[in-house]
Design a protein around this ligand. Structure first.
Ligand SMILES: NC(=O)c1ccc[n+]([C@@H]2O[C@H](COP(=O)([O-])OP(=O)(O)OC[C@H]3O[C@@H](n4cnc5c(N)ncnc54)[C@H](OP(=O)(O)O)[C@@H]3O)[C@@H](O)[C@H]2O)c1
Length: 184
């Protein structure tokens, strides 16, 4: 068994977008119940693995253990705010052996290219929250394949995950959560 379990987390619109055309998370995808759940997952994680833009948009004010994907470094390097890692220069397992040697849960909050990467290497879980009634035309999709007609559910199923029954996170705001788990 791997020393790390990879858990994706995202909140999406009905059209499977995580951010607007400007690359920023719109207010319509911000929800207190989802945020509290997400923060608890980050607090419990051994490491958070995210893309450079998300890291810059959400500075590491709590000093959590972060591994930031960027082509701007050669392999892995320690900076004040995080570990910075280029998958083209060092395999995932080697990077995690440096950034989170104790093992445990690696929370993956995206964005799109990071979700694509872990869909290929294998998620153990994906926590997919959805804001019903919200659409973000021209926004950033949760997975690249959505731009060519797939749904998030189809991408997760193709990545070897199966969905639990959705649970309601916030009835007033119509936010639901579906936990996708690796097929046994
Ligand atoms: N609604 C949600 O749940 C949710 C989830 C995630 C993000 N967001 C929001 O979406 C926005 C950012 O998302 P995004 O998808 O546009 O960008 P992102 O994934 O945060 O950052 C993209 C950058 O990460 C680096 N990167 C990603 N994959 C890489 C790889 N395989 N190899 C090397 N570098 C890699 C590259 O940095 P370099 O350019 O340095 O090479 C790339 O430009 C933010 O506003 C964030 O808050 C929302």
């Amino acid at each position: 068994m791997s020393r790390w379990a990879f858990h994706g987390h995202a909140i999406v619109s009905d059209d499977d977008r995580i951010a607007g055309p400007d690359g920023l998370t719109p207010e319509s995808l911000r929800n207190d119940a989802d945020w509290a759940r997400f923060q608890a997952a980050l607090d419990a994680a051994a490491v958070t693995i995210l893309g450079r833009l998300g890291h810059e948009a959400n500075p590491n004010v709590r000093g959590r253990n972060r591994l930031v994907l960027s082509s701007g470094v050669r392999d892995i390097t320690r900076r004040d705010d995080a570990w910075w890692w280029n998958p083209a220069g060092m395999p995932l397992g080697e990077a995690l052996a440096i950034a989170a040697p104790q093992g445990g849960v690696a929370v993956v909050p995206g964005g799109r290219l990071v979700f694509d990467y872990f869909l290929k290497t294998g998620f153990d879980q994906f926590h997919l929250a959805r804001a019903a009634g919200v659409s973000v035309p021209g926004g950033v999709p949760v997975f690249s394949a959505i731009s060519s007609g797939s749904t998030a559910g189809q991408c997760l199923a193709a990545g070897g995950l199966v969905a639990d029954a959705p649970e309601v996170l916030d009835p007033a705001a119509d936010i639901s959560l579906t936990l996708w788990r690796r097929r046994a």
